[in-house]
Design a protein around this ligand. Structure first.
Ligand code: CAA
Length: 259
């Protein structure tokens, strides 16, 4: 399945996909080609109706992704930089709108565009050596792949502002305390723990999981009344699927549901 140069896409047991950014010599920095390959990989996952979860990680033991590729960005004109940012934003948006949960396994540095990539996933598991930050101001630029917007929505405006204007990296424990990452594991266990969590998701009704992601993603930008109305609609819709009858029947028969 793997026709890519800068990423790896693997389909694992249980219809779990794993996308690995694979440029370890430059700490998995994101250049234009890598973004294009990620886009194509996301299309493959989106086209596979058996897909249940996507894990996203970085190659090597040092970095998840250390940012956009600075050597490629250095000589961009303002318009080229705008276009580069728009390309990445469109690719990252696909992680949010992919119909299955996307979990970032942050296995080291997640800086600038790397932190922004992790923020575009549904949630983050981190290794003990993880460091997350938005150091763009240290390079004399603003964030360009969504960090100024997604970070405040996740950690709150005050913490986000501190990180964005100082460029300070937060370690895994601080990220855990701040709700930026959900769990922290020793690096050697990160993939295994990601797979374990993905397997738990796979035990549940696949349509219900997809509708739940849609509710959270679409609902967060709506007012509460419209968001709850959408929830009623999708709750009703879930009763149109076979898995609702199987899930409830299995409960009443005291057995495991067979989705
Ligand atoms: N782009 C291009 N190359 C990068 C890179 C990046 N973002 N990050 C690291 N590299 C390269 C280094 O240039 C180095 O290459 P050479 O071996 O050819 O010299 C290699 O990866 C290893 O990096 P270091 O030698 O620097 O490793 P270190 O352990 O000393 O430091 C680090 C690690 C603290 C992560 C450091 O590499 C670093 O600060 N990287 C840049 C982080 C950064 O500023 N990211 C934001 C980029 S801007 C951005 O992302 C904008 C946006 O919002 C879209």
């Amino acid at each position: 399945m793997d026709q890519f140069e800068n990423i790896l896409l693997e389909k694992m047991d249980g219809n779990i996909y794993c996308l690995t950014i694979n440029r370890p010599k430059v700490l998995n920095a994101l250049n234009q080609q890598t973004l294009m390959e990620m886009d194509a990989a996301l299309q493959q996952v989106a086209d596979d109706s058996s897909a249940r979860v996507l894990l996203v990680t970085g190659s090597g033991e040092k970095a998840f992704v250390a940012g956009a590729d600075i050597s490629q960005m250095q000589n961009l004109t303002p318009l080229q930089a705008k276009k580069f940012g728009e390309t990445a934003l469109a690719v990252f948006r696909r992680f949010e709108t992919l119909d299955v949960p996307v979990i970032a396994l942050v296995n080291g540095f997640a800086l600038g565009g790397g932190c922004e990539l992790a923020l575009s996933c549904d949630f983050i598991l981190a290794s003990e050596n993880a460091k997350l930050g938005q150091p763009e101001v240290c390079l004399g630029v603003t964030p360009g792949f969504g960090g100024s917007q997604r970070l405040p929505r996740i950690v709150g405006r005050a913490m986000a502002m501190e990180m964005l204007v100082t460029g300070r990296m937060v370690d895994a424990n601080e990220a855990l305390q701040r709700g930026l990452v959900n769990h922290v594991y020793p690096q050697a266990e990160l993939l295994e723990q990601g797979l374990k969590l993905a397997a738990k998701i796979c035990n549940n009704g696949p349509v219900a999981v997809k509708l739940t992601k849609e509710l959270v993603q679409r609902g967060q930008d709506l007012d509460l009344e419209n968001a709850c109305a959408m929830e009623s609609d999708l709750f009703g819709l879930s009763f149109a699927c076979d898995e609702q009858s199987e899930g409830m029947q299995a409960f009443l028969e005291k057995r495991q549901a067979n989705f």
